[in-house]
Design a protein around this ligand. Structure first.
Ligand SMILES: NC(=O)c1ccc[n+]([C@@H]2O[C@H](COP(=O)([O-])OP(=O)(O)OC[C@H]3O[C@@H](n4cnc5c(N)ncnc54)[C@H](OP(=O)(O)O)[C@@H]3O)[C@@H](O)[C@H]2O)c1
Length: 340
């Protein structure tokens, strides 16, 4: 098995390099900057291939002999589509680490038939938010039966964001432009259904706001729901007006190792049936960036080893949700589904 890692020189990319090496998976590291790529490859023996995302031929040839592509180069709204296109042209499976809801939705719209024709599987959003939230959403949906209203809530804390994440947070899309699923389609909407959420382990209810979460555009593809929305916990006042690019450039590349490892993430999903029956799911872990690397590499490995239907798939359409969450349990991720 050979996996291409595009964006290997970035903060998340380098964690994925370490994970590929730890798993003993043969990889080629792809990016635009030879020096940064060689530094990322140091000590691994991985081959380095130079391709700017603006150069479609170079990308396709960099992916020419690989079984799957892991893409960690964001912002995905700007950089993602050419990489998906090149993976399809090279007949390689594809996963990425995006959390950008509109981009995920666009990938389904733009690439479903090309991926099916090429016989490859494309799974966007295999990061610490998109993968686990989709899996737990699937299991909660199964527990509830026919779901009327599903709500996903995400809470990050005690960590910090990488420059790449801050560059990918478009406040217009993340907050006002958040999509909700409603009667068979996705639309923007005015107000969230609630303003606080009781996350497990939190002493008090946490303030939440409407947010463009990945599961809202993936879960309704495999769980029959009438309505679904996403909520983000915590205070995001500094983000709502956007962050000056020059300020982001002045920040460190990402949290240091200690900060990164102590960061925590929790995802809750609630499903209520029209009869008023409820089911709940929670999944939580630490080290969101480290877990993202683990999730993306395992997803690519599973696509190559186990296969999945060709096309663009939600995580739970490509992988067995219980099996993938079980794998993550081995990395300290805790998850639970209960019926109320
Ligand atoms: N949803 C989640 O939970 C989650 C978790 C982790 C990461 N992410 C997402 O993953 C993405 C990466 O984050 P990060 O912190 O790793 O960012 P980063 O450190 O800025 O890395 C970005 C990568 O993209 C590469 N790149 C940028 N423009 C390119 C171009 N024109 N051609 C080729 N390569 C190019 C960079 O190459 P250079 O080194 O040459 O600049 C670098 O390797 C972000 O969108 C982030 O939001 C999401």
């Amino acid at each position: 098995m050979k996996i291409a890692l595009n964006g290997a020189s970035g903060f998340t990319g380098r964690l994925a390099v370490a994970e590929l090496a730890r798993r003993g998976i043969d990889a080629v590291l792809v990016g635009r900057d030879p020096e940064r790529l060689r530094a990322a490859a140091a000590g691994t023996g991985f081959e380095v291939r130079i391709a700017d995302i603006g150069d479609q031929d170079a990308l396709r040839s960099a992916f020419g002999d690989v079984d799957a592509v892991v893409n960690t180069a964001g912002p995905f709204a700007r950089l993602g589509a050419p990489v998906v296109r090149a993976a399809i042209a090279a007949e390689a499976h594809y996963v990425d680490t995006t959390g950008e809801q509109q981009y995920i939705s666009d990938v389904f719209g733009a690439f479903a038939s090309a991926a099916a024709d090429a016989g490859v599987t494309i799974v966007p959003a295999m990061a610490d938010d998109g993968g686990p939230s989709d899996f737990i959403g699937h299991l909660v949906g199964e527990a509830a039966g026919t779901v009327d209203v599903m709500t996903a809530a995400l809470w990050y804390r005690d960590g910090g964001f990488s420059r790449g994440t801050l560059r990918s947070l478009d406040p217009d899309l993340l907050f006002d432009g958040a999509l909700r699923y409603e009667n068979g389609g996705w639309t923007t909407y005015a107000e969230p259904s609630r303003l606080s959420w009781r996350f497990p382990g939190a002493a008090d209810a946490v303030r939440v706001g409407k947010a463009a979460l990945p599961p809202v555009v993936t879960v309704p593809r495999h769980v029959p729901v009438r309505s679904m929305e996403g909520l983000l916990g915590g205070s995001f006042d500094q983000l709502t007006g956007g962050i000056e690019p020059a300020f982001i450039d002045s920040l460190p590349e990402g949290p240091d190792d200690a900060q990164r490892r102590q960061s925590k993430w929790t995802i809750c999903v609630e499903a209520v049936t029209s009869a008023g029956r409820a089911a709940f799911g929670e999944v939580e872990g630490t080290d969101g960036y480290g877990k993202t690397a683990v999730i993306a590499v395992e997803a690519a490995r599973r696509l190559v080893v186990n296969g999945a239907n060709a096309g663009v798939l939600a995580p739970s359409q490509a992988f067995d949700p219980e099996s993938f969450l079980g794998f993550l349990s081995g990395h300290g991720v805790r998850w639970l589904v209960t019926e109320g």
